[in-house]
Ligand binder design. Structure first.
Ligand SMILES: C[S@@+](CC[C@H](N)C(=O)[O-])C[C@H]1O[C@@H](n2cnc3c(N)ncnc32)[C@H](O)[C@@H]1O
Length: 422
């Protein structure tokens, strides 16, 4: 598990905050200072809260005569804290169950960071609750035979060296999925619902979903993992048998044409490049109520991109072009999903310091799932803006991109721009 890094004191303090939140080891968080934009504000206090929608950062803004509380998604909460830290905080204090971090001395513009061991008395009810929650979750999954069989934990239930990130990802996935399941309508007349994990690899997340769906009140489920590599399918089926999951099956197949008669929830994490689009299209076609993808290897759109004029000088840098291509691809996906009758959320799934492949798109089917023409227009505008002619999800949904004759012709291809500027 990556510990806070070695940048400036502020960055390291924020790293420590992020780490404490990720590992659910946060005990106390306080920013003190004077903020010109909020003259009566004295402190910002943070803690984690478990809401029906999932874990949130709760920030209490303590003013002279009142408290204002706001709950944020984790990434938003971190951004919010960072904003208040940068705009007038004189000090920051963080206590986790691992350590205390005191940030102070901003007079020189840099600040000082002091790390101390946590107090020995960690017996207050709040801290115990935090400990219990982390321990219970760890034991619950740490004791699973499938985690051991897939090489994530040792026979005594501890996480194998080098598998901490995977273990954290699995937990986070269960948290995200659990919160999204709360938003699904209940199964009609107790029927069996289906979750399909496309490009499931070894099936870490398929197993995690299965374990979650065994819980009381979750209804009856069949879970299918589709994977092209036969050796992984065999390994996962053996582990499913050992775990006693009779409702879980792994099948060798291709995302593009595996049989999908019906699906309620479709998951595809890190299915490479346009395999994400194929998976989304399969789910949409089959009427899935929830689609959850974490895209990776955005290769399709980048070679087509022609920068709009203001971006010409910057998109000659390969890394910026790559990030822009990721942004545009995932933005198009989210818009296309909305056009196709879904509500979407795009968020960071795990902290970027643990994995760069951390973007997640969740799409819940709207009750009125008629196509949204405003989103169709937005897709066309965005594609036109970057000179994009084709995108796999659009293709699979028979969505036509068209150039807008009212606009001037798209700018020159990126290669020529780079050549001119270098
Ligand atoms: C990076 S792994 C991710 C595995 C798993 N979803 C996870 O997040 O742990 C991608 C997996 O998708 C599989 N895959 C990629 N394209 C596929 C396709 N078209 N059909 C079936 N499997 C595919 C690969 O073989 C690989 O095991």
């Amino acid at each position: 598990m990556a510990k806070p890094g070695s940048d400036s004191p502020k960055v390291r303090w924020m790293d420590a905050v992020r780490y404490a939140i990720e590992t659910q080891s946060l005990v106390k968080l306080t920013l003190s200072g004077t903020w010109g934009s909020a003259p009566t504000l004295r402190r910002v206090l943070g803690r984690l809260v478990d809401l029906k929608a999932g874990t949130r950062i709760s920030l209490v803004f303590r003013h002279d005569t009142r408290d204002v509380t706001q709950n944020f998604e984790l990434s938003e909460g971190l951004a919010e804290l960072s904003r208040w830290l940068d705009s007038g905080a004189a000090s920051g204090f963080l206590r986790s169950t691992d350590a205390e971090w005191e940030l102070s001395g901003f007079a020189d513009g840099v600040g000082r960071l002091r790390e101390m061991p946590p107090p020995t008395d960690l017996t207050s009810p709040g801290v115990r609750r935090m400990h219990d929650r982390v321990r219970n979750r760890t034991v619950a999954l740490g004791g699973s035979t499938w985690l051991r069989d897939l090489g994530v934990t040792t026979p005594d239930g501890s996480v194998c060296a080098g598998k901490e990130a995977k273990f954290r990802q699995i937990h986070r996935f269960v948290e995200v999925l659990g919160a999204l399941f709360d938003e699904l309508p209940p199964a009609s007349d107790g029927s069996v619902r289906t979750l399909i994990d496309m490009g499931c690899g070894k099936g870490y997340l398929t197993f995690a979903a299965t374990e979650h769906l065994q819980k009381p009140g979750m209804g009856k489920w069949t879970i299918r993992g589709i994977e092209q590599r036969p050796e992984l399918v065999e390994l996962s089926n053996r582990a499913a048998l050992a775990a006693g999951f009779a409702n879980l099956v792994f099948e060798q197949g291709n995302i593009q044409n595996a049989a999908v008669a019906s699906v309620d929830v479709l998951v595809a994490l890190h299915a490479c490049d346009t395999a994400t689009d194929d998976a989304l299209a399969r789910g949409i076609d089959a009427g899935a109520r929830l689609l959850l993808v974490s895209p990776c290897c955005h290769k399709e759109v980048r070679p087509q991109m022609k920068p709009p004029p203001p971006l010409e000088p910057v998109l000659r840098h390969g890394i910026l072009l790559e990030r822009q291509a990721e942004f545009v691809t995932d933005a198009l996906r989210a818009l296309l999903l909305e056009w196709a009758g879904y509500r979407t959320r795009v968020f960071e799934f795990v902290s970027p310091e643990h994995s760069g492949r951390n973007l997640m798109i969740a799409a819940l089917k709207r009750s009125d799932s008629s196509p949204r023409e405003d989103r169709a227009q937005a897709v066309r505008e965005l594609a036109w803006h970057y000179g994009i002619q084709t995108q796999r999800l659009a293709e699979r949904l028979n969505f036509q991109f068209s150039t807008n004759p009212q606009h001037p012709p798209p700018p020159v291809p990126l290669r020529s721009v780079g050549e001119n500027l270098l």
